[in-house]
Design a protein around this ligand. Structure first.
Ligand SMILES: CC(C)(COP(=O)(O)OP(=O)(O)OC[C@H]1O[C@@H](n2cnc3c(N)ncnc32)[C@H](O)[C@@H]1OP(=O)(O)O)[C@@H](O)C(=O)NCCC(=O)NCCS
Length: 193
């Protein structure tokens, strides 16, 4: 019997949805394998030492039980429900008028096939439509050219570059910041119609 989950947003090729129990085995595997781990703050991923039991508990708490509105996290999946990765939002400063968002496609064979672009567009649209947040930001690192391309493709504007913030694999890397304003996003969408 197909598992029940709430669909957050549906696109042409992928959807964003709440987590399901059947995602847990994939989620646990993603932390052990996959190209994504080389791109999303790899020094953090490398140092993570969390047991499978704890990961399972975390997944249930963050992706299945949490019904925060608007969602803080969602699973990116095919329209048939196969999980591919996640999107999230975060901000350690509640007094500011923006959220950071993040994304990881964790199934290697789905990289570079347009899923990331579609998932980001769905996530941004969902967050703007279900809140009055003024701005959405995204940060990545200088070595992640694909993320930078996708950010610009969906409408983020490059706002800054923090130079040489981390030495990684023998060389210093920069952090690159992007931002997207609600009004500009909505105006652009209106024009596309
Ligand atoms: C970054 C990520 C979300 C993008 O999603 P995706 O589905 O792989 O990307 P898409 O297929 O939608 O688009 C990729 C675009 O980048 C371009 N691209 C790929 N590699 C590139 C490179 N090295 N330099 C410049 N552009 C590149 C592609 O040509 C494509 O652009 P186009 O459609 O104009 O041709 C996904 O690759 C991912 O999760 N990567 C691993 C984890 C990660 O980097 N997370 C982000 C951490 S900040």
């Amino acid at each position: 019997m197909p598992e029940k989950y709430s669909i957050i947003s549906k696109g042409k090729n992928i959807m964003l949805r709440d987590g399901a129990k059947s995602d847990i085995e994939h989620y646990i595997r993603w932390w052990d394998e996959g190209e994504w781990r080389n791109y999303d703050a790899p020094w953090e991923v490398e140092n993570e030492d969390i047991s499978k039991k704890k990961r399972k508990k975390m997944f249930k708490k963050l992706y299945i039980k949490s019904k925060k509105y608007p969602r803080q996290r969602a699973i990116i999946s095919t329209l048939e429900g196969t999980p591919l990765g996640w999107v999230n939002r975060y901000n350690d400063r509640e007094d500011l008028d923006f959220w950071y968002i993040g994304i990881d496609i964790c199934e290697d064979e789905y990289l570079g096939r347009g899923c990331g672009t579609e998932a980001l567009e769905l996530w941004i649209e969902y967050l703007l439509d279900n809140s009055d947040i003024h701005k959405i930001s995204l940060r990545t690192y200088s070595f992640n050219k694909r993320m930078q391309k996708v950010a610009e493709k969906v409408g983020f504007v490059k706002e800054g570059r923090e130079r040489e913030i981390k030495k990684w694999k023998g060389r210093y890397i920069d952090r690159v910041g992007y931002g997207l304003l609600r009004k500009k996003w909505k105006d652009d969408k209106e024009e596309d119609r």
